[in-house]
Design a protein around this ligand. Structure first.
Ligand SMILES: [Zn+2]
Length: 388
């Protein structure tokens, strides 16, 4: 069935030729976008929905979450807000809770968070394993993630399990664990950071994953300058995420590569780190994505709008740069071109704002502006009465 969405005051397409349209319309046919153009030229459709001048943009593409988990880290957050420093070690708390949870509990928790994100406009979501840290629990996490998320990343190299020997654990990740998980995932990732995995260990994990045909992602340069960005660029990773502390050489390497710099402002705020240098990256010509890093420890939010607002108000990205980074940028970080755009052939993932333009995402910080969401052509939520 074809649905005509018309009366669009401002349509962000992210398409180089279509650009940003005024008084626009979109036709959704099944799961894909069939037509985009001026409302005056719109074709007939089976159903007509008038959004009465509201802004429409692609659904958010959240390219970085950790949502296969159980338990809670409120106490750690409270301690941090009282002045205690963030360290990678807190991950172990979630590992214990995740291992103790049933499959049903993990799946229900994941679905709850994906639904929470969808109501706020996120229509394509990546999530990671990494709270199992043994073969059985990493496989289980990947299987549960694959049932719910659009993209799944293996993050067995999230933390050396407490009590384990680091080199032996890297051997396990590069061997039996990757063998068991690889068929279930598209991506592999490593937490290349002081307190997690060093450059040599990270390189081993990434190369072992690449040999099994997986795409690469890296957590790097979160808590200080380090080898993460360099390693990601050298190995052709699709994305290096965090990028909070960058040397000039890191910025130049990113600008000269296809590796996306994925910035996670909610995480930087929640861990009391400086915000990532978005302006330096953009001015150098690097590709920037914004993602939530939703996880129970360092960034417990699914709100991409919050990330966009922060990027504009505090990281000096323009509205258009921030919206692109949270939609097409996320798609680029996942090496996809079927999401993050509003153009014929793209997946029908749309967000309607309770506002006339995307500017309001930063102009009205904290106000829930998601008025309606289509995911794969299905109207998930609609908070306004449409004129039909
Ligand atoms: Zn992360």
């Amino acid at each position: 069935m074809a649905v005509l969405i018309t009366g669009i005051g401002e349509l962000t397409t992210n398409d180089a030729e279509l650009g940003k349209l005024r008084d626009a319309a979109v036709v959704v046919d099944g799961e894909v976008i069939a037509w985009v153009g001026s409302a005056a030229d719109a074709p007939e459709a089976d159903e007509r929905i008038d959004v009465d001048g509201r802004a429409v943009l692609p659904g958010w593409v959240d390219s970085h979450t950790h949502l296969v988990f159980a338990g809670d880290r409120t106490a750690e957050f409270e301690a941090r807000m009282a002045g205690k420093a963030y360290s990678a070690g807190g991950i172990a708390v979630t590992v214990n809770a995740t291992r103790s949870a049933s499959d049903e509990q993990l799946a229900a928790n994941l679905r709850r968070h994906v639904d929470e994100a969808a109501k706020q406009g996120t229509t394509c979501l990546e999530t990671k394993t990494g709270y199992g840290l043994n073969v059985e629990d990493e496989v289980r996490s990947a299987r549960i993630a694959a049932e719910v998320a659009d993209e799944v990343t293996f993050l067995g190299a999230h933390l050396v399990p407490p009590g384990a020997d680091a080199e032996s654990y890297v051997d396990l990740v590069c061997g039996d664990m990757l063998d068991a998980v690889a068929p279930l995932v598209r991506w592999a990732d490593v937490f290349c950071e002081t307190g997690a995995f060093d450059e040599a260990q990270s390189g081993r994990v990434l190369k072992a994953a690449r040999e099994r045909g997986l795409g690469l992602r890296v957590h790097g340069n979160q808590l200080g300058e380090g080898p993460g960005v360099r390693l990601a660029v050298e190995l052709g990773a699709a994305s290096v995420d965090h990028c909070t502390y960058l040397s000039e050489a890191d910025v130049e390497a990113l600008a000269a590569s296809d590796t996306v710099a994925t910035l996670l402002p909610a995480c930087d705020l929640s861990t009391r780190q400086p915000l990532a240098p978005a302006r330096r990256l953009l001015d150098a010509g690097a590709t920037v994505a914004l993602a939530s890093n939703a996880n129970p420890g360092s960034s417990y939010t699914t709100s991409m709008a919050f990330c966009v607002t922060t990027a504009v108000l505090q990281m000096r990205m323009t509205i258009d740069e921030a919206v692109w980074a949270a939609t097409a940028g996320g798609a680029r970080a996942l090496r996809r071109d079927d999401v993050g755009f509003v153009r014929p052939g793209a997946r029908a993932d749309l967000q309607v704002l309770e506002a006339p333009s995307t500017t309001h995402l930063a102009y009205r910080p904290g106000v829930p502006l998601t008025a309606a969401v289509w995911r794969r052509g299905e109207l998930l939520t609609s908070g306004f009465a449409s004129k039909r």
